[in-house]
Design a protein around this ligand. Sequence first.
Ligand SMILES: [Mg+2]
Length: 205
Amino acid sequence: MGSSASKEDGSPSPDEDDKRSDSSSCAHYLDHLISIGVRLVVLDFDSTIIDVHTSGRWKESAKSLSKHVRPVFLALMKAVIEQKGLYLAIATQSPQTDLIRKVLKERLPFHHKEIVIKGEDRTWERVDGIPKGGKQQHIEAVKRELDEKCHVQFSSNEILLIDDDFINVGIALSYDFKAITFEKDESIEKILNLTRESAKINADK
Ligand SMILES: [Mg+2]
């Protein structure tokens, strides 16, 4: 991946800022995700990656919203992208996908292009036979894009959804996806430990 460089005034670049958010320790925790078969990580945006809910109507700049990205998700996103064999996507009900892309560019300048974003921006088609509820249609659109661009396919149990909305999580689990409900201020250890429980729930079915 791209290397980072300090700005001429000595202040850290955004990428160095990302490094301070502990992506190396996060990479260690990814071992667990890989061991339970996760290949695609799908994150919700509002009240998950960021600590506010925009309701799809953010009027201020992307830069100001980028200050709301939770360090734990900054670290997780960077680690997932840097991990060979893992893919990263965002599934959101927000129509402001251009804004989300700019927010990611602010915080992950060398990585943001590798994140697939599917929101309510009318740029993709719904698919018959896929549940309309939760993030299922968004995830299907993510799968189609990764198949077209990278020629990779994923089965349901290789996909992990992390979302603050327990209804979305429940729907995903009912279709054999791995999914966890994010509650604010959780650590990376807590988030990934929860995936153990999710995996156990799936195994017990
Ligand atoms: Mg949310």
